[in-house]
Design a protein around this ligand. Structure first.
Ligand SMILES: *Cc1c(COP(=O)(O)O)cnc(C)c1O
Ligand SMILES: [Zn+2]
Length: 411
C-alpha cells in the first residue's frame, strides 16, 4: 500500500478492517460490495484503532489540508487514487456572539455546512460513498432522495464517471432536481414521499443490479458524515462542547457524529465525557421525538408528514434505533419545533448574525432556544449548532414585501 505522508489528501492509508452489524454483531468483508446484514441491520465500518492511533494524532493533523480527507486513516478508501473530491469538509465553526448573549448560552457556535460543494453536508456522505463505490468497481448507483442527497451524489457520481439513478418527490426543492439533471443523473419525480421513492428504487435494484446508495443501505455515507464530529472536536482544540444540536431526518448526521465521538474516545483524543446530542425535528414530522418520549428503541412511521424543512421530512428512518441509542447514551434529547418557529429562527440568524441558513439549520436553532428556555441547556453551557445547508438553496422559503423606490425618489 502506498505510504505517502503528505499531499492533497494528507493521510497515509486507511485502517478499515471490517464491516459490522450493530444489531447482531456479524462481521463482513470490506473488500467486497456489501449493503445490509442478513438480519436486516445496517453495516458500520470498523477500524484497527490501535494502528490508526499510531499513524494519526491531533499533532499530525495540524499539517494536513483543510478537507475531510485529513482523517483518511479513519475513512474507508484504501487507495488515494480512488478519492473523488470537490474540496469538501473543514467547514467554519463560527461563534454567534449576539444570539449567545440574547439567550444566555455559555457559548454558541454554528458549524456551517452551507459553504460545502453542492451547498449541504450531504456532500460529505457523497464524497466518501462515491469514492468507495469507485474503489469497488461500481458503475451504476441508485437512490431515493428528498433532494440534497441526490444533488450531492449526482455531482460526485459525475466526477467519478458513475451513472446515478435518482428518484425524488415532486415537492423536493426545484434546485435539487436541476442539480441532478445538470450533473447528468437519470432523475425521476414521484407524486409521493421519500418512502414511496424508496420502494421504486428497491424494485429497480432488484431487477437491474444497481448499487443501492440509499441511506444506510451502503456502509460509507455515514463515514463521510462522521467527519463533522471530528471537525467539531478539532476546531474546539479537542474540547468537546456540552451540547450538539442536529436537525434530524434519516439520522445519518447524528449517528455519524456519535460514531466519531466513540472513535475519538477510543483514540484518546477526547476524554470520557460526551456532548449531549440533541435531535431536532419538525412538529409535522417528528417520529424520533415521539419515540424518545416513550423511551422506545425504535420509531413508528409518522403519517401525513409535512414541514418547510424538507431535508428532515423522513417519516421512518432505517437507522432510527441508532439515532435513539446515541441520544440515550449521551444523555441527550429530542425536540420538535413548528414551521412558524423555523421561519422565525431563520430570519433571526440572518438578521442577528448574517447567517442565512437552511430551514433545517433554523430548526436546530429553534430547538436549542426551547431547551434553553426549559433550562435543559444551562446558562454556562457550550452549544454547537449544525447548519446543514445554505439558505440560498431555498430561495422561496422566506418572502419579503420589498417596496419600490421611484427613479427620482429619495431614501
Ligand atoms: C438530509 C438533510 C438533513 C437531515 O440529515 P440526516 O443525516 O438525514 O438526518 C438535514 N438538513 C439538510 C439540509 C438535509 O439535506
Ligand atoms: Zn445483523
Amino acid at each position: 500500500m502506498a505510504q505517502k505522508t503528505k499531499g492533497l489528501y494528507g493521510g497515509v492509508r486507511s485502517f478499515i478492517s471490517a464491516l459490522c452489524c450493530p444489531k447482531c454483531g456479524k462481521e463482513y468483508d470490506h473488500l467486497k460490495i456489501q449493503h445490509i446484514c442478513e438480519c436486516g441491520g445496517p453495516l458500520l465500518a470498523v477500524y484497527d484503532m490501535p494502528q490508526a492511533g499510531k499513524h494519526l494524532s491531533p499533532e499530525l493533523l495540524k499539517e494536513r489540508p483543510p478537507n475531510l480527507w485529513r482523517y483518511r486513516e479513519l475513512l474507508p478508501v484504501l487507495d488515494a487514487a480512488n478519492i473523488v473530491s470537490l474540496g469538501e469538509g473543514f467547514t467554519p465553526l463560527t461563534p454567534l456572539p449576539r444570539l449567545e448573549e440574547r439567550y444566555g448560552f455559555g457559548s454558541l457556535y454554528l458549524k456551517d455546512e452551507g459553504v460545502i460543494p453542492t451547498g449541504t453536508f450531504k456532500a460529505r456522505g457523497a464524497a466518501v460513498g462515491i469514492s468507495k463505490a469507485k474503489e469497488l468497481g461500481v458503475r451504476h448507483i441508485a437512490m431515493p432522495t428528498n433532494g440534497n442527497a441526490g444533488a450531492a451524489w449526482a455531482a460526485y457520481a459525475a466526477r467519478a464517471e458513475i451513472e446515478a439513478h435518482i428518484v425524488m418527490p415532486e415537492a423536493a426543492p426545484l434546485i435539487t432536481r436541476t442539480e441532478c439533471a445538470a450533473a447528468g443523473a437519470k432523475v425521476l419525480m414521484v407524486k409521493g414521499l421519500i418512502s414511496d421513492c424508496g420502494k421504486i428504487i428497491a424494485r429497480a435494484i432488484a431487477s437491474r443490479g444497481w448499487y443501492d446508495a440509499s441511506t444506510l443501505k451502503e456502509p460509507y455515507r455515514i463515514e463521510g458524515k462522521k467527519t463533522m464530529g471530528y471537525e467539531i472536536a478539532e476546531q474546539l482544540g479537542w474540547k468537546i462542547p456540552d451540547v450538539i444540536a442536529y436537525p434530524t431526518g434519516g439520522g445519518v448526521g447524528i449517528i455519524g457524529i456519535y460514531k466519531a465521538l466513540c472513535e475519538m474516545r477510543t483514540l484518546g483524543w477526547i476524554g470520557e465525557k460526551f456532548p449531549r446530542l440533541v435531535a431536532v425535528q419538525a412538529e409535522g414530522c417528528a417520529p424520533i421525538v415521539r419515540a424518545f418520549e416513550k423511551n422506545a428503541g425504535k420509531s413508528e412511521f409518522f403519517p401525513d408528514s409535512k414541514t418547510v424543512a424538507f431535508g428532515i421530512n423522513v417519516p421512518k428512518a432505517f437507522g432510527d434505533f441508532l439515532v435513539l441509542d446515541g441520544l440515550y447514551k449521551t444523555a441527550g434529547t429530542a425536540v420538535s419545533v413548528t414551521d412558524g418557529e423555523i421561519i422565525e429562527s431563520l430570519k433571526e440568524l440572518a438578521s442577528a448574525e448574517g447567517e442565512f441558513v437552511c430551514p433545517e439549520g433554523a430548526a436546530a436553532f429553534a430547538g436549542i432556544k426551547k431547551l434553553r428556555a426549559q433550562n435543559w441547556i444551562r446558562a454556562d453551557e457550550s452549544v454547537v449548532l449544525l447548519n446543514t445547508g445554505a439558505g440560498i438553496k431555498y430561495p422561496h422559503t422566506l418572502n419579503f414585501d420589498i417596496p419600490f423606490c421611484s427613479l427620482d425618489g429619495n431614501i
